[in-house]
Design a protein around this ligand. Structure first.
Ligand code: PLP
Length: 376
């Protein structure tokens, strides 16, 4: 099999003329900064879509997580429980706010947090669970909410990867005291960069808005700031682009599902790989990306496979590296000697395939055939 005529990147966004026109109109209106009307409209419409009272757009999903911890008033050494298999943004947000991350392994089937291990790690310092939904599957929210209620914890729900995914009848992003989204280029709705915090609590919403925007003075002296905040504002140009995609969100989710389901149907019987299930009793996979873990029984390693794919012009990404193995965090003693075997196993042996909305059927078929050939 010869290589594909041009490189197939791991993500290709799909933006159209009406998106370009929306951006053009925003620019021509003169509203380019965060003060513009499209920012408010995007916040209101997305919050409505997810059945939340308030939305607050920020400059990235990473920024959203930092603001979330701050707005919940977590203090030095307050413990936040999170899975080890996720993006580093989760742990960064905790550490940057001087709180303490407590890591849990993930379930080998869903790659989401191993719920049965959570209670073992709860202490009287535990204040919060930070919960990403990984790749396309929801966490079991009834079980999570039961723990949150029992121990009186906050829940920060990280729905960055799963806009449009439902847990039972409710959208992910509707469960957290604060839920967060990302609009990076590989997300369902992309505005290049960007993120949003969602909450139903008026007071928390007020804090989120203040921390996003430098905590400007409250009364008659605007420039006498009442606390240390960030400039994590989001621009009107980005919001115009986001709003236009929101109109076709159902179509976007459908297309993502079609790509993931195509891979699933073609790979489900290959014995040396682990893939996320297409559905669980409480949700249907929406396949943000299509991840593959190579089993120990395989004659060929994940690294070798991705090298072979690259030679055929197919891009891939390795999985997240476990948080407890991050060089950046070695100076903290939190995770010394910690062993979380599922997180370590899937990180070492996992990669994902091109899954962007702009992928063509021809590219999909080529990727499928190439991988099947490699795994034969
Ligand atoms: C679960 C999760 N949370 C947060 C983020 C960070 O979002 P951003 O890239 O917008 O900072 C990502 C990014 O992919 C993510 O996967």
């Amino acid at each position: 099999m010869t290589k594909y005529k041009k490189f197939i990147p791991v993500n290709t966004p799909l933006l159209n003329n009406s998106d370009a026109l929306a951006v053009f109109k925003a620019i021509k209106s003169g509203w380019v900064s965060s003060e513009g009307p499209d920012v408010k409209e995007f916040e209101i419409k997305l919050a409505k879509f997810l059945n939340r009272k308030f939305g607050c757009a920020v400059s990235s999903g990473t920024a959203a997580l930092e603001v979330a911890i701050k707005a919940l008033g977590l203090k030095k050494n307050d413990e936040v429980i999170m899975p080890s298999f996720t993006i580093i943004s989760n742990v960064n947000a905790i550490i940057k706010n001087s709180a303490k991350p407590v890591l849990i392994d993930v379930d080998i089937k869903t790659w989401n947090i191993k719920i049965e291990d959570i209670e073992k790690k709860i202490t009287n310092k535990t204040k919060c669970i930070m919960l990403p939904h990984i790749y396309g599957l929801s966490n079991d929210m009834d079980k999570i909410l039961k723990i949150v209620k029992k121990y009186n914890l906050y829940l920060i729900e990280d729905a960055a990867e799963v806009l449009g995914l439902k847990y039972k009848k409710k959208y992910c992003g509707s469960f957290g005291d604060i839920s967060v989204l990302s609009f990076y280029a590989n997300k369902h709705i992309t505005t290049g960069e960007g993120g949003m915090l969602l909450t139903d609590n008026r007071l928390i919403n007020k804090k989120i808005r203040d921390y996003r925007n430098l905590c400007f003075g409250l009364k008659n002296n605007r420039f006498n700031h009442y606390d240390i905040g960030w400039n994590y504002r989001y621009t009107n140009i980005q919001a115009a682009l986001g709003l236009n995609q929101l109109k076709r969100i159902k179509q976007i989710i459908k297309r993502k599902y079609e790509i993931g389901n195509y891979y699933y149907q073609n790979f489900k019987n290959i014995k040396d790989i682990i893939i996320q299930p297409p559905k669980l009793s409480y949700c249907k996979n929406i396949y943000w990306v299509f991840g593959i873990v190579i089993k120990k029984s395989s004659k060929i390693s994940a690294k070798k496979i991705t090298q072979k794919l690259l030679k055929k012009n197919i891009g891939t990404r390795p999985f997240f590296w476990p948080i407890h193995k991050q060089d950046a965090l070695k100076k903290y003693s939190y995770f010394k000697n910690l062993k979380l075997k599922n997180s370590e196993f899937i990180s070492k042996n996992g990669f994902y395939l091109p899954s962007g909305l702009g992928l063509t059927l021809k590219e999909l078929k080529f990727i499928k055939n190439t991988l099947i050939n490699i795994l034969k």
